[in-house]
Design a protein around this ligand. Structure first.
Ligand code: 5RP
Length: 226
C-alpha cells in the first residue's frame, strides 16, 4: 500500500466511530483530509452531524464536501474529533502542528470527548521530539526574545517559513519549530515551562488528549486505545 492509501485507510476506519447526531471535530492535514471526505459521504447518506473545523483550510475542504461548518462557540461540547499527528508516543501523547493548525486543534481537542488520531506507522515514536520538532506558536511582537527563552529550554528554535516569507497561522501568529537534539524526556514538565514564556500562544504537545489512535500498517489497521 502507498503512503496515501495508508492515510486513507486510517481515516476511514476512524470515521466508523461517528454516530448519527454527533458533534464532530474535523482535523487538519493530509490524513485528516480523507476523514473530512468520508464525513462528507456520511452527510450525503443522511447523517445529521454538527461539525467544527480546526483550520480555515479544513473549513474550506469541509464546505466543498457538502458539510455545514459550525463556529466553535456555537457548540457546547464535541463528541468526537478526528485529527492527524506528527508523532505519537506509547502513552498516546502527541506532537502536532507541522501543518500549522495547532492552536485551533488544541482548542477543539480540549472540548472533545473522544479524540481519535489517524496516522501511518512512520509517526509512532518511543520518545516525543525524536522525529519532529516541537512547533510553538508565538506572537510576532518580540518573537526573537521568545525564541531566546525557548532556546534556554534546550532546543534550537527555527522560524517556520513558506515561499521565502514567515509562515502566518490562522490566528495571525508565527511558528517556531523547536528541535530537541535528545528528544523530549519529560513532556509535561516541558509543556508548563513553554507555556510560562511570555509571547508563546500555544505549543504542539497534546498530552493526555488522545483516547484512540488508528495506525494504518501495510499488514492491517491497528487500533490503540487508552
Ligand atoms: C496540523 C497537524 C496535522 O495533524 C499533522 O501535521 C499531521 O499531518 P499529516 O496527516 O499531513 O501528516 O497537526 O497542524
Amino acid at each position: 500500500m502507498s503512503a496515501e492509501e495508508l492515510k486513507r485507510a486510517a481515516a476511514e476506519r476512524a470515521v466508523e466511530f461517528i454516530e448519527d447526531g454527533m458533534t464532530v471535530g474535523l482535523g487538519t492535514g493530509s490524513t485528516a483530509y480523507y476523514a473530512i471526505k468520508a464525513v462528507g459521504r456520511l452527510v450525503d447518506s443522511g447523517y445529521k452531524l454538527r461539525c467544527v473545523a480546526t483550520s480555515l483550510q479544513t473549513e474550506a475542504i469541509a464546505r466543498e464536501s457538502g458539510i455545514e461548518v459550525s463556529g466553535m462557540d456555537e457548540v457546547e461540547r464535541i463528541d468526537l474529533t478526528i485529527d492527524g499527528a506528527d508523532e505519537v508516543d506509547p502513552s498516546l501523547n502527541l506532537i502536532k502542528g507541522l501543518g500549522g493548525a495547532l492552536l485551533r486543534e488544541k482548542i477543539v481537542a480540549a472540548a472533545t470527548e473522544t479524540q481519535v488520531i489517524v496516522v501511518d506507522p512512520s509517526k509512532m515514536v518511543e520518545m516525543l521530539g525524536t522525529r519532529a520538532p516541537l512547533p510553538v506558536e508565538v506572537l510576532s511582537f518580540g518573537s526573537d526574545h521568545t525564541a531566546r527563552a525557548l532556546r534556554s529550554l534546550g532546543c534550537e528554535p527555527a522560524l517556520r517559513s513558506r515561499d521565502g516569507s514567515p509562515f502566518i497561522t490562522d490566528g495571525g501568529n508565527l511558528i517556531l519549530d523547536c528541535r530537541f537534539p535528545e528528544g523530549i524526556e519529560h513532556p509535561y514538565h516541558l509543556e508548563s515551562r513553554v507555556n510560562n514564556i511570555p509571547g508563546t500562544v500555544e505549543n504542539g504537545l497534546f498530552l493526555g488528549m488522545a483516547s484512540k489512535v488508528v495506525v494504518a500498517r501495510p499488514e492491517g489497521i491497528e487500533l490503540i486505545e487508552k
